[in-house]
Design a protein around this ligand. Sequence first.
Ligand code: ADP
Ligand code: ADP
Length: 239
Amino acid sequence: EPVLQALDLVKRYRRPGGGRTAALDGVSFALRRGSTLGIVGESGSGKSTAADVVLGFTEPDAGEVLLDGLAWSTAPERERRARRNRIQSISQDPLGSFDPRADVRSILSEALEAIGVPRCERRDRAVELLERVDLGAEHLARNPLELSGGGQRQRVAISRALATDPEVLVCDEAVSALDVSIQAQVLDLLAELQRSTGISLLFISHDLGVIRHVADEVLVMRRGRVVEAGRTQAVFEHP
Ligand code: ADP
Ligand code: ADP
């Protein structure tokens, strides 16, 4: 059974001038446990909307997201809250998701507090989380603005996402803003985390080269629809 499934998702937005845009027009996919599913497509093809529906940030007009075979939309609120810890995300701009006044220690402590880790254990757990992204304890006292723009900020965002021990990590253009060499480091880190934890990745990017490198399976989107899907090698063999 796939860890995550999207079944026939539909999401329409009203256009300013009237009429409606189908950001998602019947999108289905399955993420196999421990694997990476890449979603690729031009800007405006519906990738981020798909990610937001999976994360529960956007309610679809129709369709369903299943986690471990269980429907998300019909689950009771309590269950929905618990599930949010099981699907985490990182985005293009980690800085935008951090409280600018918080240091790394409090960013990680807050995530640990949210899942009920007692105060006295939070520092050690925060250090462990940093170790998993190859950052030392000396980074605890830093403000996100004092971290290197590409690599270190995204590493802290990844470590915060790992705090709840999620089964799925949604990466929405997570390396798109990074220099190529730093991009490669972050991709290597994600691959290493996948090997060690078995985490499943939903990896969204407009960059074919990146998708080709990371994805086991690929979904190509255009205007809210899936126009191609399959094993990465097979999809990219097409002329
Ligand atoms: P992508 O991530 O592939 O760039 P998006 O999912 O962001 O695509 O957008 C898909 C379509 O839905 C686009 O036409 C976009 O303008 C529209 N759209 C996305 N979010 C909204 C919104 N909150 N309000 C109105 N239209 C939106
Ligand atoms: P609705 O208001 O129809 O429930 P929303 O798109 O506001 O649709 O939210 C869908 C679900 O996702 C809700 O349960 C909401 O609490 C949750 N949600 C929305 N935004 C966030 C967010 N930023 N972080 C966590 N959960 C969110």
